[in-house]
Design a protein around this ligand. Sequence first.
Ligand SMILES: C[S@@+](CC[C@H](N)C(=O)[O-])C[C@H]1O[C@@H](n2cnc3c(N)ncnc32)[C@H](O)[C@@H]1O
Length: 346
Amino acid sequence: MTHLDKLNAAYREAPEIFQAGRYWKSYEEQITEQVKSADLSELRSGKYPIFSTFGFNDLVYNYHPRMPFYVKFMRQLVRRLFIDNRASLPYSLRLDDIREMAYNYCSIQGQVSDAVSVRSIGTSSFGKPQDLFVFEGQQYTMKFLSFYVRYCYAQNFMKLRGDEIVVELGSGSGYQIEILKKAYPKLTILCFDLPAQLFLCEQYLSNVFGPDTIVSSERNLAVTDLSQLEKGKIHLFGNWQFPLLQNFPFDIFWNAASFGEMEPNIVANYLNYVKGNCEWVYLMQARYGKESSQEAGVRKPIVFADYDQMLGSDYTLINEADAYDANRRVSQTGGYFQAVWQRSRR
Ligand SMILES: C[S@@+](CC[C@H](N)C(=O)[O-])C[C@H]1O[C@@H](n2cnc3c(N)ncnc32)[C@H](O)[C@@H]1O
């Protein structure tokens, strides 16, 4: 059995509450099949649009995986003829101007929040990111810079020392882990996700940091408690292994653009393993809930007040704001929030 097959087999055996909700179930098979056949050295090139659904989205132009080919073709044509690096956008903006503004925004956010400077944290070029650009000798993509902005927001309040234990659920690409670990090499990170996403995240992070920094999800399948956790490493786990966190003290729980795509009972179940165990909770989610209809999307959208209520009196909301990427507000249509809660003092 391959590594991914083993993860899938363990996931299928897991209780119903750890199975993906309707939103992600619709992608499950497609992602697994694509992971099996993909050339992972081209993971970020845009060749596999389905990977953009969980963060491998280093594209200048984002084409939804379900967009009809003729719409995609027309958009590409318009882009080539009228937009790419011509000053044809308002205020005579070119692509390079947008990138430079985003980089400068990150620099300033870093200074304001007392974060490790963006100048010292570049992205890896593994997976041939389509949107790769260089500033001051460091490589970036817009997506990567946007994850840096999330770190800066959290850093305003958390003021990381560098030796914390961070738990991320729904890591997707693993870019947030890449940034945090590059900023603070001594962090211990536990990342949990659905099988195919986890597998890909592991491939990516192993390429970025080398296999010695990673404790593989394949090896972790046998883990029954966290007493042997290796400090300073990145540990990958299947989402169904979340109960390992019961009574496990850690510093930060992180979930971005992920809880909102689950059903409320699934989120409440995950939070029950987190509450009381950690000092900080960072969430970045759709403020008014993700799309929902009779046939598709989530069955019951979760809104900001639901998260606050689920965290209950154990946690105090420290700050809440609209979420920003490096170049714009996150999702002009839906509205995303980012927020930090701290364990309540009694
Ligand atoms: C839109 S992606 C976001 C990824 C990353 N956090 C980011 O901000 O780009 C949603 C993530 O949530 C994960 N996810 C969805 N449903 C889940 C579930 N029931 N349990 C655990 N993870 C889940 C997906 O696998 C995916 O990694």
